[in-house]
Design a protein around this ligand. Structure first.
Ligand code: MN
Length: 320
């Protein structure tokens, strides 16, 4: 089955040199070394893994924490543009295999809007990917409205990828193993998504499309409860729809790093078969295992085709 994968990461040697950081915290050194080799490769190694998994197109994005982790706004703007130009060159080298999500310097929302526009219009990028909060700011904040206005105008999706909160919460005290990808990322990213829902962002910008990885960061499991508790609490802001309705309409989830039938079935049932898309989370997960999982999942051929290819083709506005 032909596939499009949307959460596939890279890094550049320039980015490593300029920031001296990539978030391998807490990983085994051998795994970290392997990840770095694969992140730096945008040629043979990556295409071989794609071929073995039947992935026709990978949408590439700068790995976490990326631009979001840079404290200096001018450096963030400079590195975002440099990295996006690098990615554009690699896509031009493999035009049938790669597409791009722009990395965005949200330290300055207007610059982020301009960079997204430049990447979409000049480089043909299919959207943007944001690695969680940017220096303590979340995407529902009013200062980001100019950014969302541009997203609407360009009609591209934004992938909200996990990142760490600015400070590790006290409930992870003595349990740093829980703070990152194992658990904390889902809490942080799910909360970020819910901030956007409950701020009324989607009443103001109803056509915005947000993509979440990891089968929706646990949110599909919680829709009924979000609605039921929202009804009984003192609401700080009136919303036009029930919370679950925004999650069903404005959100899409990918199967990245979540090869399990239960969560897949839940996501399809709660969000609809048009809102679930295949992904790997390369190089942190195995392309082969991700492909085998989806091909053997208890879903019909028609749904499989949508999840592997058709939904992404439509959400990313691909022409070919
Ligand atoms: Mn990822």
């Amino acid at each position: 089955m032909k596939k499009i994968a949307l959460e596939e990461h890279f890094i550049t040697s320039d980015f490593l040199q300029d920031t001296q950081k990539v978030d391998f915290a807490g990983m085994n050194p051998e795994d970290a070394a392997d990840f770095q080799t694969r992140l730096l490769d945008l040629d043979d190694l990556r295409i071989k893994a794609m071929d073995e998994a039947g992935i026709e197109i990978s949408v590439l994005s700068l790995t976490d924490p990326g631009i979001q982790g840079i404290a200096d706004t001018n450096l963030a703007i400079k590195l975002a543009s440099k990295t996006n130009d690098f990615l554009a060159k690699k896509i031009a080298k493999h035009p049938t295999r790669f597409r791009g999500f722009a990395c965005l310097p949200l330290q300055d929302p207007v610059s982020a809007a301009k960079e997204l526009e430049r990447c979409v219009r000049q480089h043909g990028f299919v959207g943007g990917l944001i690695n969680g909060q940017t220096q303590g700011s979340y995407l529902d904040e009013e200062k980001f409205h100019p950014f969302w206005k541009k997203v609407v105008e360009l009609n591209v999706p934004i992938y909200l990828h996990p990142g760490n909160p600015q400070h590790i919460p006290a409930n992870y005290k003595d349990h740093h193993e829980l703070a990152g990808p194992l658990w904390g990322w889902s809490v942080e990213t799910g909360t970020h998504a819910l901030r956007m829902v409950f701020s009324g962002l989607f009443d103001r910008f109803p056509s915005v499309k947000i993509i979440l990885g990891h089968m929706g960061e646990t949110l599909p499991y919680l829709l009924w409860r979000l609605d039921s508790r929202w009804k009984i609490i003192k609401q700080p802001k009136k919303l036009q729809k029930s919370p679950s309705q925004y999650l069903k309409e404005n959100f899409y989830v990918t199967t990245s790093g979540m090869c399990s039938n239960g969560p897949l079935t839940c996501a399809i049932q709660e969000l609809g078969e048009e809102h679930v898309m295949f992904s790997v989370d390369y190089p942190y997960e195995s392309s082969k295992i991700a492909a085998q999982f989806i091909e053997q999942a208890p879903i019909s051929k028609i749904v499989l085709q949508k999840i592997c290819y058709d939904n992404a083709h439509s959400v990313l506005n691909l022409k070919t």
